[in-house]
Design a protein around this ligand. Structure first.
Ligand code: FPP
Length: 366
């Protein structure tokens, strides 16, 4: 499991869903609760189908918690039948649609027929590239963390990265996935209910009153649209604006080493011609975080001042057209002598710079 100690740049999102409201959906219609679970399984099909097209790479669904064993036996039995039927029936469709399926949670309390169905679907879909569908079954985040902590305490170098990996392993031996980006809970409740507590450390939370059987692809799309408007900071300050493409070009045209050592071209400092509301609109339109509300205008300008990017000695002498680090230029008069005496490449290469500092000053040419 990759910890979000480092921010993630991956494009595909990890979305986790607490599918709540099946029972209420059914009782409001005068139906048995199990009818709500059946309708919930249909919602699962809709959402799974829509997920890859919405930019989701990993979808983790909370199908049965470790605490759900406390429900009436007939409801537990109906849920288990439904899950087994889903796993069996969907295997071929998942393969066809390029889905990888894995199940997280304990297996030792599941019926052997369900464990077999899990193994079969995991094996058949193991190469699925479009979406990794994870179904949490007999799952408890606290148990997963507690089991991982036992081994972690004995590890040679117990750091958080390792604990994260061990938490993931203790929940299931499927492939590693990134932390949760967005957690959706339907059914009007606003809690995590022991679901992916470690992995949700920096998840954005989306709660909706819609009951899970009524949840449509459009609801997921709306949740993602809201998610994409949020600014994720992982406890830090907003990211500096990206350098425009080709920002290094000017530098590398001078000396290839410049491209290696110079930071990106700074953005020109706008005199903040946009008022607060217009800045915010432009920020939303362009995705420029620095222009969002609450971000002081000065954050729009990042990076070192221009002279730090273009040390004078690496440019060309306007009068002669020679590079300013051309030694012959420095035999040409007072103006040249007045400049700091450059050694070829010294301003461009930190190692050369060191060499200059430790070598005796060259005598001036008169
Ligand atoms: C919570 O709603 C839902 C569950 C405990 C089971 C979720 C199962 C499914 C959606 C169907 C099968 C899943 C898959 C992956 C095929 P609830 O019953 O607690 O609703 P309530 O809060 O209204 O009582």
């Amino acid at each position: 499991m990759q910890s979000n100690l480092n921010t993630r740049a991956s494009a595909a999102l990890h979305v986790a869903v607490v599918m709540d409201g099946n029972g209420r959906w059914a009782t409001r219609r005068g139906l048995p609760r199990t009818a709500g679970h059946r309708a919930g399984a249909e919602a699962v099909r809709r959402v799974v189908e829509a997920a890859p097209g919405l930019g989701i790479g990993v979808l983790t669904l909370f199908a049965f918690s470790a605490d759900n064993w406390g429900r009436p036996r007939p409801e537990v039995a109906a849920l288990m039948r439904l899950l087994r039927a889903y796993l069996r029936a969907e295997t071929a469709r998942c393969v066809e649609n390029g889905l990888r399926v894995s199940v997280i949670g304990r297996r030792d309390r599941l019926a052997p027929s369900i464990v077999r169905a899990i193994r079969r679907v995991e094996h058949a879909t193991r190469g699925g590239p479009r979406l990794h569908l994870r179904i949490a079954l007999d799952y408890s985040a606290r148990e997963a963390i507690a089991r991982a902590a036992l081994g972690w305490a004995r590890a040679a170098s117990p750091d958080l990265e390792l604990l994260g990996r061990m938490v993931a392993q203790s929940a299931g031996d499927g492939p590693a996935v990134p932390d949760v980006d967005l957690l959706v809970r339907t059914g009007g409740e606003r809690r995590l209910s022991d679901f992916l507590l470690w992995e949700c450390a920096y998840a954005e939370l989306h709660f909706t009153d819609r009951m899970w059987p009524d949840f449509e692809a459009a609801d997921l799309a709306a949740a993602l649209a809201e998610f994409r408007r949020r600014e994720r900071r992982f406890g830090r300050l907003p990211d500096p604006p990206r350098a425009p493409a080709g920002a290094h070009d000017a530098a590398s045209a001078l000396d290839p080493r410049m491209a290696r050592v110079l930071p990106p071209e700074p953005r020109r400092a706008p005199a903040d011609p946009l008022g607060g509301a217009r800045r915010a609109r432009r920020g939303r339109a362009t995705g420029d975080r620095a222009l969002r509300p609450g971000v002081p205008a000065r954050r729009a300008v990042r990076g070192p001042p221009p002279h730090a990017l273009h040390p004078p000695a690496c440019g060309r002498d306007r009068r002669t057209g020679l590079r300013r680090d051309d030694p012959s230029l420095h035999r040409r008069g007072a103006a040249a002598r007045a400049r700091p005496r450059p050694v070829p490449g010294a301003q461009c290469d930190p190692h050369a710079q060191e060499a200059v500092a430790s070598s005796p000053r060259p005598t001036r040419a008169r």
